[in-house]
Design a protein around this ligand. Structure first.
Ligand SMILES: Cc1ncc(COP(=O)(O)O)c(C=O)c1O
Length: 324
C-alpha cells in the first residue's frame, strides 16, 4: 500500500535512514501482546518496551541522531534543557562521541535521572522552577557559549528518532486498532503518530497527558497554542507548560485524539504494569494504561499498543505510589 501523504515536518525516507545512524541497542525493542495485562484491562494490549536500554527511555533514539550530526559537523559541545530523560540520553550519546554535554534541569527532577546524567559525564546545571525555567536557562547558556542547543520536539531529529518506534510498530504482522502515546513536548507523539498514520491510516493515534499538565492536549483540542500557569503531576517527563507551535501543527495532522488522565489512574497504571507485566515504570510510561482504565468502554474488545517509554523513577517515590 502507498503511504498516505501528511503535511508535517517529518518524512518517511529520513526516518527509515535514521535507523542506520541510531545505535542498534535502541532499536527493535520488544513488542509483544501482554495477555495478563490485557485480561485485566478488557482489551488486547501490546507493550512496546522502551526501557531495556542503557538510558531506560526512548530518548536515546533521538539523541543518537543529534550527536552523530554534531560529530559530522565537527562540533564539540552541546546544551539541552531536560526534565531528565533527554539529558541522560544526550549524555550517553555525547560521551561515546567525545562531545561536551551540558544539561540544564529542574532541581526538582527525580534524583535517579540527575544522578545518571552526572554519572555519564555531562555537566549538570540545576535551576529553580520547572522544565520551562530550565528551557529558558539552556537558551541563554547555549548563546553565551555559542554552542548548539538541542530543543526537544522542535529539533526534527528528536521527532525522527522517536518515529523509528512507529516503524517497528507498523511492522507487526497484524496491525493494532489504536496506539496510545504519552504526550509531553510532542516528539514521540508526532514521530510515532506520523509513521503510524502514513503506513496504517486505519490505526487510531491517541495521545495521553496528565490532567495536571494539560497544555499540549488543550492546544490540540483548541487548534492553537494554549499555555498553562503551572503543571502539577507525578509524570515529570510530560510536565511542560509551553507547547511549541510547529510541533502542535504536526500533532494536529497525525493525532486522532488527545485525552487527559487523573493522577490516581497513572498510579493504578504503574501498579498494573508491575503486577501483570513485571515492569517497573516511571509515571509517564503508565499514561497509556491509565487512558484505558479511564475509558474502558472505548477500548473494550479492541487491540491497543502502548509505548512503555521510560523507567527512570526514584525508588522511594515508586514504593510510596505503588505501595510495594
Ligand atoms: C518517559 C517519558 N515519557 C514521555 C515523554 C514525553 O515525550 P515527548 O516530550 O516526546 O512528548 C518523555 C519526555 O521526555 C519521557 O521522558
Amino acid at each position: 500500500m502507498k503511504p498516505i501523504l501528511l503535511d508535517t515536518r517529518l518524512r518517511l525516507d529520513r526516518i527509515r535512514a535514521a535507523r542506520q545512524v541510531i545505535d542498534p541497542i535502541y532499536l527493535d525493542t520488544p513488542q509483544y501482546e501482554c495477555d495478563a495485562l490485557g485480561r485485566r484491562l478488557g482489551c488486547a494490549v501490546t507493550v512496546k518496551l522502551e526501557t531495556a536500554n542503557p538510558v531506560r527511555s526512548f530518548k536515546g533514539r533521538g539523541t543518537e541522531l543529534v550527536a552523530s550530526q554534531l560529530t559530522e559537523q565537527g562540533r564539540t559541545a552541546v546544551v539541552c534543557a531536560s526534565a531528565g530523560n533527554l539529558g541522560q540520553a544526550l549524555a550517553w550519546s555525547g560521551r561515546r562521541r567525545g562531545l561536551e554535554v551540558t544539561v540544564v534541569a529542574p532541581r526538582s527532577a527525580p534524583a535517579a535521572k540527575l544522578d545518571r546524567i552526572r554519572a555519564l559525564g555531562a555537566e549538570l546545571e540545576l535551576v529553580a522552577g520547572d522544565f520551562e525555567a530550565a528551557r529558558e536557562r539552556a537558551v541563554s547558556l547555549a548563546r553565551e557559549r555559542d554552542v548548539r542547543l538541542v530543543e526537544d520536539s522542535l529539533d526534527i531529529e528528536t521527532c525522527e528518532g522517536a518515529a523509528t518506534i512507529g516503524l517497528e510498530l507498523a511492522s507487526r504482522a497484524a496491525p493494532v486498532d489504536a496506539v496510545l502515546i504519552a504526550l509531553g513536548g510532542g516528539a514521540m507523539a508526532t514521530g510515532v503518530g506520523f509513521v503510524v498514520k502514513s503506513l496504517l491510516p486505519g490505526v487510531e493515534v491517541i495521545c495521553v497527558q496528565p490532567a495536571g499538565a494539560p497544555a499540549m492536549t488543550r492546544s490540540w483540542h483548541e487548534r492553537r497554542v494554549v499555555t498553562t500557569e503551572s503543571a502539577d503531576t507525578i509524570a515529570d517527563g510530560v510536565a511542560g507548560r509551553y507547547p511549541i507551535a510547529a510541533v502542535l501543527d504536526d500533532l494536529l495532522e497525525v493525532a486522532d485524539d488527545a485525552v487527559l488522565v487523573q493522577e490516581e489512574s497513572i498510579v493504578a497504571g504503574m501498579r498494573l504494569l508491575l503486577e501483570h507485566a513485571g515492569l517497573v515504570v516511571e509515571p509517564s510510561a503508565a499514561l497509556g494504561v491509565a487512558a484505558v482504565l479511564e475509558d474502558r468502554d472505548r477500548f473494550a474488545g479492541r487491540h491497543v499498543a502502548t509505548v512503555v517509554c521510560g523507567s527512570n523513577v526514584d525508588m522511594d517515590a515508586y514504593r510510596r505510589w505503588v505501595r510495594v
